[in-house]
Design a binder for this molecule. Structure first.
Ligand SMILES: [Zn+2]
Length: 281
């Protein structure tokens, strides 16, 4: 047992310790050497890389200096910012052009009323038995058709005014203006100046409710059965309200005033090349 115990520690302690300690030491020394060599190699490589990187860094710095030059073009892009005033000037030119256009458009109306040619007498056709009220033939036919359809439903559409000559309108505008002690602007809210009435075309008609004549040519006409019927059915006969509430011409709401737009000529009369920008009012 003593031998065993003495032998075991002697054998086990000395060789194992030396072997174990030496082997790691030698291994570590080898690894250190290897690491040293590798470090040198890596160092050389790193230096080489750094040497390579320095040149590219110079090359990069040169583009940087070139970027500095583009920074002057950036200042040149600030010049486009200065050229923005050119765009502004162009916009100003465009603005003046549109102003010129709106001026040209506003020249073409009086107090919101647009100019209309007076239809030839030969184009007119009566819509009342006594012939006192006439419309353009196409509009006359459609109105009487519409009037008949309304009558079948108990609605009496009474024509109050159709075609009016420029002379008729002259009286309506100026004489009535004086009678009512109105200035031109006030008069124009409810009546067109001569030469500027849709009634000149023969396509416009003022309609009343035959059962409620008190509402003739009155805003109250919109409360009548005739008006409600027209709202629902007039488009079937190509009649439309000329001056609805808040119309672009700035004319007072006229629920009694309808116009025919059921053929090419009438449509062109009211819609061709009309750029209404009469928002000044
Ligand atoms: Zn009218």
């Amino acid at each position: 047992m003593l031998n065993d115990t003495s032998n075991i520690p002697e054998i086990s302690d000395i060789p194992e310790a030396t072997r174990e300690t030496i082997a790691p030491k030698t291994a570590s020394s080898f690894s250190v050497v290897r690491l040293g060599v590798a470090g040198v190699v890596i160092g050389v490589i790193v230096i080489a890389i750094i040497a390579l990187l320095v040149r590219p860094s110079k090359q990069i710095s040169e583009p940087v200096s070139q970027e500095v030059i583009p920074q002057q073009p950036d200042a040149a892009t600030e010049l486009p910012a200065e050229s923005n005033p050119v765009e502004v000037e162009e916009k100003e030119v465009a603005a003046t052009e549109t102003e010129a256009e709106t001026e040209a458009e506003t020249v073409d109306n009086i107090l919101g009323h647009l100019p209309y040619e007076q239809v030839a007498e030969s184009e007119l056709s009566p819509i009342t038995a006594d012939g006192s009220i006439r419309l353009h033939k196409a509009a006359a036919n459609k109105f009487m058709e519409m009037q008949g359809a309304a009558r079948n439903q108990g609605i009496i559409l009474t024509p109050l005014s159709g075609f009016r000559s420029v002379e008729d309108q002259d009286y309506l505008f100026f004489d009535v203006k004086e009678q009512r002690v109105q200035d031109a602007t006030k008069r124009a809210e409810v009546s067109a100046p001569p030469g500027y009435s849709e009634h000149h075309t023969g396509y416009a008609i003022d309609i009343g409710d035959g059962k409620v004549p008190a509402t003739n040519v009155s805003p109250n006409f919109e409360k009548t059965a005739a008006f409600r019927w027209l709202e629902e059915n007039a488009a079937r006969y190509s009649f439309e309200l000329s001056f609805p509430p808040d119309n672009p011409q700035g004319i007072s709401y006229e629920p009694w005033h309808w116009r025919f737009v059921g053929d090419r000529k009438s449509l062109e009369t009211f819609y061709k090349a009309r750029k209404l920008k009469i928002d000044d009012k």
